[in-house]
Design a binder for this molecule. Structure first.
Ligand SMILES: [Zn+2]
Length: 330
């Protein structure tokens, strides 16, 4: 006798009728309860944002706020890189941004207004947008808000995948500086600031294999240029260029000589990788790249990501002699 036949034989017809009545009763009760709640099932609660256990005090547009680290780093990605970048580049950027912030917390805690450890000025620390501000910048339409949500969640997911990882040099978190674009090579910290930081050296950057270089032209009258660099005029301009990096190491204008870094600072041009020409009383300056050129190059990181590099590969390339530290257990 099969097991099924044994099972059927052990129950009478009356048992099945009783069982059927119970099922019908249960369905009726469920329908009744459903009617009490309305015809539509309630939406499952949406997670407003995902939080980590770590927070950071941020001076956000003049106001000191405590931010959850996932929200802070996603807000940094939104300003400093953006959702058009590949996942591995965003993850490398997130770890660099976390290391940069942690370096500030460890080495200069509370040195902003209100005791904040960092601010959201890209010129001083790292840019950062709150989630509501990011959404509001996309516009009020359904399509715009849907795009904002998709973009934010994409970046947030990248942050979560690398949350707590940091870049260290000899066991200490590094000052993980980064910049937009170095077409040929990054530059050393020493070449800009005058003293050596061992993990911030000049390294090759593969940017030219993936992008048209960032080019910009500036036009100064000779008087404007002389005034900007505090020279008596703008004649006899000579440049000394480092052939390895394509950067101007020094520039002489009339009676004044300065480093390419000083010239960039005084004129506000994007990069120390530049050439110039003079014509009709004007000086034309042509820049390549964007930023100080130190540390991780974002466009180079994107090229590496498209070529199959991981976020770890990218960080180990742009920061010399470093290790990737695992998240601390807390
Ligand atoms: Zn700051």
């Amino acid at each position: 006798m099969s097991r099924i036949t044994q099972f059927l034989k052990s129950y009478s017809i009356g048992d099945f009728i009783s069982f059927g009545a119970c099922v019908l009763a249960a369905v009726a009760i469920c329908l009744w309860l459903g009617g009490l709640r309305g015809t539509k099932e309630p939406e499952p609660p949406t997670v407003d944002h995902i939080v980590s256990s770590e927070t950071i005090t941020v001076l956000m547009d003049g106001e000191t706020v405590s931010m959850d680290m996932v929200q802070y780093l996603t807000g940094v990605l939104a300003v400093e890189m953006g959702p058009d970048f590949s996942e591995e580049a965003l993850k490398a950027q997130a770890v660099a941004a976390y290391s940069y912030a942690k370096f500030k917390v460890v080495n200069s805690p509370g040195n902003h207004k209100g005791g904040a450890d960092v601010c959201n000025s890209p010129a001083h620390c790292q840019g950062c947008l709150s989630k509501p501000t990011y959404y509001s910048k996309h516009g009020d339409g359904l399509a715009e808000q849907a795009a904002a949500k998709a973009n934010w969640e994409y970046m947030e997911n990248c942050v979560q995948q690398v949350l707590g990882y940091s870049v260290e040099y000899q066991g200490q978190v590094i000052n993980a500086m980064y910049h937009d674009s170095s077409p040929y090579s990054t530059v050393s910290f020493e070449s800009v600031f005058g003293y050596d930081v061992p993990y911030l050296q000049a390294v090759s950057s593969p940017e030219l294999t993936g992008f048209e270089p960032r080019r910009q032209m500036y036009i100064f009258s000779t008087d404007e240029l002389a005034s900007a660099v505090s020279a008596t005029g703008a004649q006899n301009i000579t440049l000394t260029t480092d052939t390895a990096t394509g950067r101007v190491s020094s520039i002489s204008i009339s009676d004044t000589t300065m480093s390419g870094v000083d010239f960039r600072s005084k004129t506000g041009i994007r990069s120390t990788c530049f050439s110039l020409s003079c014509s009709g009383g004007n000086v034309y300056i042509y820049t390549l790249g964007w930023g100080h050129g130190i540390g991780l190059c974002q466009r180079g990181a994107e090229v590496m990501a498209r070529q199959g590099s991981t976020w770890q590969d990218i960080l180990l390339h742009y920061y010399s002699g470093v290790t990737i530290a695992e998240p601390e257990s807390n």
